[in-house]
Write a protein that binds this ligand. Structure first.
Ligand SMILES: Cc1cc2nc3c(=O)[nH]c(=O)nc-3n(C[C@H](O)[C@H](O)[C@H](O)COP(=O)(O)OP(=O)(O)OC[C@H]3O[C@@H](n4cnc5c(N)ncnc54)[C@H](O)[C@@H]3O)c2cc1C
Length: 379
């Protein structure tokens, strides 16, 4: 692993830093889990896209810069260092797009990628169901074959930003006779299609970007099947490791938060006992994740794959985030009761060990696939 950046990579960093310094909004945007905040974040995505910073690693024809993985990591570092807004398009650009590139048809890529890059069409992930979260393969929503397409029925839940999003992507059971992982198909569907009801779920912070999605005889044409019918599980899992290990939560986010924590510590007149060690621990762990990620990127660039290592990363970054945010609240003392970016960050950090596959499930994966321990018996 060579940690020295090339002149071209240094120039890329400088260009990104300069653009972000000139364009990142001076005051934080309202939460993207509110209607006004969602719209403001969409506008931000449009601005990023205009300057071709919204999807740097994509091909130019879809609004990207064909940036390398190393450049993508550099961009992420600069993005969070600049305090830029959260990505309202993240489920589309990080979860769906890689699948469209690998398994979509050219027609689907042409139809969906540009509007995803500009933030005009926001996508919601519709995977979880009330009885199928960790054990996703037990999902019950169905797809029935009809002339020219499929009819979807069922209920999805915990769909981030579905209250305001435009399209959903999810798995449905298309062959009821097939065993669990077999017989699932990956579908794309508009959230305003006849038969779709989106019901917002109130969150801990009082906002309602999260939603349940009910599907009642929803027609989806063959052109909105992603990958082959019956191949949905393989299609869905093909990028899950990268999501957990790299794309969803890049180190830039935690390095920036650790820097802010160090600033908060420096500005705190009377820090509680042990706070200095906790601040240092969070900062060191963020840097460790950063350096480890450079190793991962080097491996991937050399043709390796993420494999089960993505699970180790996911446990690491989610637990680091909780510890980091808790330390900030302890530094703030009574002030932590007042709503602030730190209190929001703390509440959100609590969900890190749950989304993208719970940490218990990641530990099972680590135990079985990395440590070679015996498989968990099926209940
Ligand atoms: C902030 C946030 C955003 C989310 N966004 C989306 C989204 O956009 N789209 C979407 O589809 N879903 C989303 N989810 C849902 C998320 O994927 C699920 O919550 C997660 O997969 C867990 O499923 P569950 O809630 O049904 O819990 P369950 O699977 O019922 O698990 C309950 C508890 O049991 C534990 N457990 C379960 N099985 C095992 C096992 N085999 N071994 C050990 N422990 C086990 C779990 O770790 C957990 O602690 C989101 C969740 C959160 C918190």
């Amino acid at each position: 692993m060579n940690l020295d950046l090339s002149p071209a990579e240094l120039a890329f960093r400088a260009e990104a830093r300069a653009w972000l310094a000139a364009n990142v909004p001076g005051t934080p945007l309202p939460s993207m889990d509110t209607a006004a905040g969602f719209a403001a974040h969409q506008e931000w995505e449009a601005r990023l896209a205009e300057a071709r910073w919204s999807v740097v690693s994509w091909p130019e024809e879809y609004g990207g810069r064909e940036a390398s993985l190393v450049e993508w990591v550099i961009f992420e570092e600069e993005y969070y260092r600049a305090g830029a807004p959260g990505r309202v398009s993240q489920n589309g650009i990080f979860l769906l797009a890689p699948i469209l590139f690998d398994h979509g048809t050219p027609e689907q890529r042409d139809r969906f990628l540009l509007s995803m890059a500009t933030g005009e069409r926001i996508w919601a992930q519709a995977w979880s169901e009330p009885e199928a979260g960790s054990d996703l393969a037990s999902l019950r929503s169905t797809a029935r074959r009809v002339d020219g397409g499929w009819v979807l029925n069922g209920q999805k839940t915990w769909s981030s930003r579905a209250s305001y999003a435009h399209w959903g992507f999810g798995l449905f059971r298309s062959d009821p006779a097939a065993e669990r992982h077999a017989g699932l198909t990956y579908f794309l569907f508009p959230l305003d299609a006849p038969g779709v009801t989106v019901r917002p779920i109130a969150q801990l912070d009082g906002e309602a970007g999260f939603a349940e999605i009910f599907l009642d005889e929803v027609f989806v044409s063959d052109s909105d099947v992603l990958g082959a019918p019956g191949d949905g599980w393989r299609v869905a899992m093909s990028t899950a490791g990268n999501e957990r290990g790299l794309s969803l939560r890049s180190p830039g986010r935690f390095c920036a938060a650790a820097d802010r924590l160090a600033d908060l510590y420096a500005a705190t007149a009377e820090a509680p006992d042990g706070a200095a060690s906790r601040v240092a621990d969070a900062w060191i762990k963020a840097q460790a994740y950063r350096l480890y990620t450079w190793g991962t990127v080097t491996r991937l660039a050399d043709g390796g794959d993420m494999g089960a290592a993505g699970s180790v990363n996911k446990v690491f970054w989610s637990e680091l985030d909780v510890a980091l945010q808790e330390t900030a609240l302890d530094l703030l003392g009574a002030e932590a009761e007042v709503e602030s970016p730190w209190s929001d960050g703390y509440l959100f950090s609590l969900s890190g060990p749950i989304y993208a596959g719970t940490n218990e499930i990641q530990r099972n994966i680590i135990a079985e696939r990395i440590l070679g321990l015996p498989k968990e018996p099926r209940r």
